[in-house]
Design a protein around this ligand. Structure first.
Ligand SMILES: C[S@@+](CC[C@H](N)C(=O)[O-])C[C@H]1O[C@@H](n2cnc3c(N)ncnc32)[C@H](O)[C@@H]1O
Length: 491
């Protein structure tokens, strides 16, 4: 029997599989490459491969403990499954959010360098955790060693000041628009360790006890581990407020499974959650500019191939339509040298492809935020009276190739390593996307019908945070200096 060999030469950076009629069928270079006999050039076989595999979705796959084989999935479903499958998804494992043992006291620190040193020294707690896991049996060791993935968020690094800044923003807006007619209802999607909830509620209780009495805080959290942590954090409130249980509710589900309608005015907070919302992949025909959407075929050996079809699904279609109708259309952009695939020089791309046709006359990929669009629809229909307060990364380094492409990373031997494709063994990698906040705000306006402002992390916090308390003795302010690649969006 012929031994099966995995072919690692075929990946999205080396070949694009395009369904339907192939461009440059008769070109000399194409004929030469075809003569090489490589599987990638057997178009008929590839098309059959795509057709013969049934389509599955994240929802259908989400309870399956085994990684899918012999199926095709939209790129967004593949990414969502890699991150959120209950059994092997990245979020089902032990992701931890770094938490200092006691909040950093910036005003007592000499400089930003001292902050860096103090921060580093706190890592030892996590190292110790890992070391104790290293003493376990080899099987446990393996799981633990790869499971400890540490996130750093401004909520934790700058607690309680970051949470207090947001609380100040919420209180001012509540007093202006809703008080005394409505209670203060706050939803937080993706509550992490529960630190933001604690900092916000403590601040409101201290500054505005009458409003605190009328405050409800609800966390919508996909991760079971983190929702347990949030319950524990909520107990800290109990020490000061025996009635806190009526105030805090932790709901362990994904926002995409949210069914109830919240009819009351409320604030909806989302910090560092958009970056893990799945995206779809689009490549454009270099000549006609027609979009093609990416699917991942997972064959019976578990190998991945990315295919592009001109049949767009509803969310990709909706996103491209809204963008064209909004403030940032791409199709009729003049052909310039720009970052977006449609802004690149068309003549150059066409020419390059005709002499080197491995990408089937398709452009570089663009990653489009189809789940973010779905989230905006959930806000519109399930939280009709909400005001949004979100923050996330607008730019990321070491991404895979492509426009608005994600970082795909994992811990290996205690070091964070990145890779160059999102089609990697499901559950082992964090897949994080940057957000184009100007575009997001325009989509939000079109979908939800409200306006949302965008400002940088620094601008927002300069306005709402306690700057004195977060400034070191040399006058540096780590809370304002860090996260230069993050923005706020608020409606
Ligand atoms: C990077 S952490 C940020 C945590 C916290 N907001 C902070 O800033 O410290 C992302 C959080 O979002 C949650 N999350 C991710 N996707 C979600 C979804 N679809 N629905 C609800 N929570 C989600 C994660 O489990 C986690 O709590």
């Amino acid at each position: 029997m012929k031994k099966f060999l995995h072919d690692y030469t075929v990946n999205p950076n080396t070949f694009s599989f395009r369904l339907g009629k192939q461009p440059y069928e008769g070109s000399f270079m194409r004929q030469v490459l075809k003569a090489s006999g490589h599987d990638a050039w057997n178009e008929r076989e590839n098309q059959q491969l795509f057709i013969k595999h049934p389509t599955t979705t994240f929802n259908r796959q989400s309870r399956n403990p085994k990684r899918p084989k012999g199926v095709k999935m939209l790129a967004s479903d593949f990414i969502e499954d890699s991150l959120y499958n209950r059994h092997y998804g990245y979020f089902s494992k032990q992701v931890e959010i770094f938490q200092p043992s006691t909040p950093f006291e910036y005003a007592k620190m000499e400089s930003q360098d001292q902050f860096m040193r103090d921060w580093q020294s706190q890592y030892t707690r996590y190292e110790d955790k890992k070391a104790s896991s290293d003493q376990k049996s080899p099987k446990e060791q393996k799981t633990n060693a790869k499971d400890i993935q540490l996130w750093h968020t401004p909520t934790e690094l700058f607690q309680p000041y970051y949470g207090e800044a947001l609380a100040r923003y919420l209180l001012v807006n509540y007093m202006l628009n809703q008080f005394p007619y409505d209670d203060l209802v706050i939803y937080e999607m993706g509550g992490g360790n529960g630190t933001l909830m604690l900092n916000i509620l403590n601040y409101i209780r201290e500054k505005q006890p009458d409003v605190y009495e009328r405050t409800q805080y609800r966390i919508i959290e996909i991760s079971h581990n983190l929702s347990t942590k949030q319950e524990e954090t909520a107990l800290q409130l109990k020490a000061k407020d025996h009635d806190h249980h009526g105030k805090v509710q932790i709901i362990n589900k994904s926002i995409f499974d949210w069914k109830e309608v919240e009819p009351n005015p409320c604030f909806f907070i989302a910090l560092e959650v958009f970056d893990n919302f799945a995206h779809d992949v689009i490549r454009y025909d270099n000549t006609t500019r027609e979009p093609y959407q990416g699917y991942v075929v997972v064959d019976e050996h578990g190998d991945f191939k990315e295919f592009f079809t001109r049949d767009l699904d509803d969310w990709a279609n909706a996103f491209l339509g809204l963008r064209e109708n909004g403030k940032y259309p791409r199709l009729n952009q003049k052909s310039l040298w720009g970052d977006h695939p449609l802004a690149k020089n068309a003549f150059y791309r066409g020419f390059k492809d005709s002499i080197y046709p491995v990408h089937a006359n398709l452009s570089d990929p663009e990653y489009i935020p189809t789940r973010l669009l779905k989230f905006f629809h959930i806000l519109k229909y399930k939280f009709p009276q909400h005001q949004l307060l979100a923050s996330d990364f607008s730019k990321l380094n070491e991404t895979i190739p492509g426009y608005m492409a994600p970082v795909v990373q994992t811990m290996l031997n205690n070091r964070m390593v990145t890779t160059d494709s999102y089609m990697v063994l499901q559950g082992y990698f964090d897949i994080m996307f940057p957000t184009d906040f100007q575009l997001a705000s325009d989509l939000y306006r079109q979908v939800v019908g409200k306006l949302a402002d965008v400002s940088s992390h620094r601008e927002f916090l300069s306005q709402w945070a306690d700057i004195r308390a977060t400034t070191t003795q040399t006058g540096e302010n780590p809370m304002l200096e860090f996260y230069k690649n993050a923005d706020f969006m608020y409606s």
